[in-house]
Design a protein. Structure first.
Lengths: 375, 206
């Protein structure tokens, strides 16, 4: 059983200093627009992933005028209490400590406290570019398999170096074939591992997501989900060799696992072109639910669930099915934000579960939020 | 910081450019020099200028030297057919401090990282390749930092020397001496198990 008991924020986003205690399994966070509901969720996300879900780069999360930020969380994992601290220093250096012990590599922390988030912009996973789907897949697989994350990090580092080298070749007109061969070997080693793990994992995840979709839709629909990778047809070593001339011309690497995608089709047409708004939302929930269930099965306990403004921006009916499942069948902790406290109250009362409601005041910077329990 | 003398301010600014030195430390150092004898400060300045002007880099291994050839390369007692390849002078100093190594060195001056604008041409790789061929080196020991760029550099040089009859090795990677297994990170531990070593070679220290 995984529970965040308390979180303290200093200089994070709009919070100058604030402490929140969570003593229920289900925590509703409400308040007007701009008071920091999503920021609080993002701070919880930080404790699990060592980074923000919404912002690229840590600096963007620092309160204006503050030198840096600090997030401190008290987490109870099956009766074992852990204090997790994330500090961004003035010089931009990030420190991440559990029980006072700093991590040498932040990536070691990923997966220790599994977490699933659903936010309005996540509909991009369905409608956006392939990058969004890789991000979804990577976040999930990294929590399950540290080896995957390490290989992915290695791959991306070598890829950056290779691309940078291709650019320098264009400037100096000097092609060092030996160095390209070395980069290719390094890409093949890490890339092939990532490919195999993605392929094997998606063989389980995608059918699961498909069956959840059918459940949500209430009828069998001609939906098909598949892993798409150049490596399915040709080994990476051969792809890189064949693409060399083009890579040199375009000054970037045109083949590899950084081009992978999850192919979503509806009656053999691209899903995003064909599907209605409602069908897109159904598929998003199906994917997130599959993520939740997969993490739960692998870890042996339910992951944290962070829901950002889902009633308003996504879909109330589909949300209710999800809540029904998460609140009644599972025992995972749930954080949910909404502008209207009544809406959370109504949902929870209909579900008949106890919950805690945190109302954020208009000026959250220093005032303590009021919190009430409902059982 | 407010200074009543621009000379003082300039001196503080110069010290503050050094790595690891902030404004306050710089001020402390300058005030110390201000209190010292004129001749001592003169000596300090001249030592720095002479160091920069007169220091040479060994033509053979690119280590710092007082002459064209460094003291390590000039030492006939050392095994010249054994070359340890390092990134910078710092590693030469660290390895020399162990007093366990009797071969010679080759200082690359960095590692390959196009992202940082460092390609193979900026490093002392060509001289290493021709040196190995000319001197009939028997073994190259790579003592580079264990990361991706370090690996790239090793593989690259290895490729360049494919046809040369030279043994290429790297320093061992694994559990630190005096470390606790329990606290070793999984990747290091996994590597240590893959690259395990026979106990007899361990006991004789290689």
């Amino acid at each position: 059983m995984l529970r965040i008991k308390q979180i303290s924020l200093v200089g994070f986003k709009n919070y100058e200093q604030a402490t929140f205690r969570f003593d229920k399994r289900i925590i509703g966070i409400c308040g007007n627009n701009g008071v920091g509901k999503t920021n609080l969720l993002d701070a919880l996300y930080y404790l699990c992933f060592t980074k923000s879900y919404f912002a690229r780069g840590d600096q963007a999360n620092v309160l204006r005028g503050a030198p840096g930020f600090r997030i401190e969380g008290h987490i109870d994992n099956a009766g074992q209490n852990t204090t997790v601290v994330c500090i961004l220093r003035e010089n931009g250096k990030k420190e991440f400590l559990t029980d006072g012990q700093p991590y040498e590599k932040l990536s070691r922390h990923i997966g220790r406290f599994p977490c699933v988030i659903i936010a309005p912009d996540d509909i991009q996973i369905i409608t956006g570019g392939s990058e969004e789907r890789r991000r979804f897949l990577d976040a999930l697989l990294s929590q399950l398999n540290p080896d995957y994350l390490q290989n992915l990090i290695d791959y991306n580092r070598v890829l950056q170096q290779r691309n940078s080298f291709l650019k320098s070749v264009a400037e100096t007109r000097l092609t060092d074939k030996h160095l390209l061969e070395v980069y290719d070997e390094q890409l093949v080693a890490a890339g092939t591992t990532v490919f195999q793990l993605r392929r094997d994992f998606l063989q389980q995840l995608l059918p699961l997501a498909g069956s959840y979709y059918t459940g949500i839709a209430g009828a069998e629909e001609p939906l098909s989900l598949g892993y798409e990778s150049q490596l399915l047809h040709t080994p990476l070593r051969q792809l890189l060799r064949q693409g060399l001339e083009k890579d040199l011309y375009l000054q970037r690497t045109g083949s590899g696992i950084h081009k992978d995608d999850i192919d979503i089709r509806y009656a053999d047409e691209p899903f995003r072109a064909r599907a209605s708004q409602g069908q897109r939302k159904s598929l998003l929930f199906a994917l997130k639910l599959a993520e939740y269930e997969t993490l739960k099965k692998a870890k042996g306990w339910a992951p944290l669930l962070l829901l950002d403004d889902v009633f308003e921006k996504l879909d109330r009916q589909r949300m209710r099915n999800l809540l029904e499942r998460v609140c009644r069948q599972d025992d995972g902790q749930l954080f949910i934000t909404d502008t209207h406290p009544e809406r959370i109250r109504q949902e929870m009362e209909e579900l008949g579960v106890g919950y805690q409601l945190i109302s954020l005041p208009a000026d959250t910077a220093t005032t303590d939020a009021s919190t009430r329990d409902f059982t | 910081m407010q200074f009543s003398s621009s000379l003082l301010e300039q001196a503080v600014n110069e010290f503050a450019k050094l790595p690891g030195i902030g404004k306050k430390t710089a001020l402390r150092l300058v005030l110390h020099l201000l209190k010292a004898e004129n001749s001592a400060v003169q000596g300090f300045g001249e030592t720095m200028i002479r160091m920069r002007n007169e220091i040479k880099f060994c033509q053979r291994c690119h280590n710092v030297a007082d002459a064209d050839i460094c003291s390590i390369c000039a030492n006939s007692m050392r095994k010249h057919e054994l070359i340890c390849v390092v990134e910078s002078l710092r590693e030469v100093i660290a390895i020399e401090s162990t007093q366990q190594y009797s071969g010679v060195y080759h200082v690359l001056g960095g590692i390959i990282s196009p992202l940082d604008g460092i390609g193979p041409d900026q490093l002392n790789i060509e001289t290493l390749v021709s040196r190995v061929r000319k001197e009939h080196t028997q073994e190259l020991i790579f003592a580079l930092n264990p990361n991706i760029q370090g690996d790239t550099t090793i593989y690259y040089i290895q490729k360049k020397l494919q046809d040369a009859n030279v043994r290429i090795t790297t320093i061992a990677r694994g559990i630190a001496f005096g470390g606790e297994l329990e606290y070793a990170d999984e990747m290091t531990l996994a590597r240590s198990i893959t690259n395990r070593m026979p106990v007899e070679s361990y006991r004789t220290g290689g």
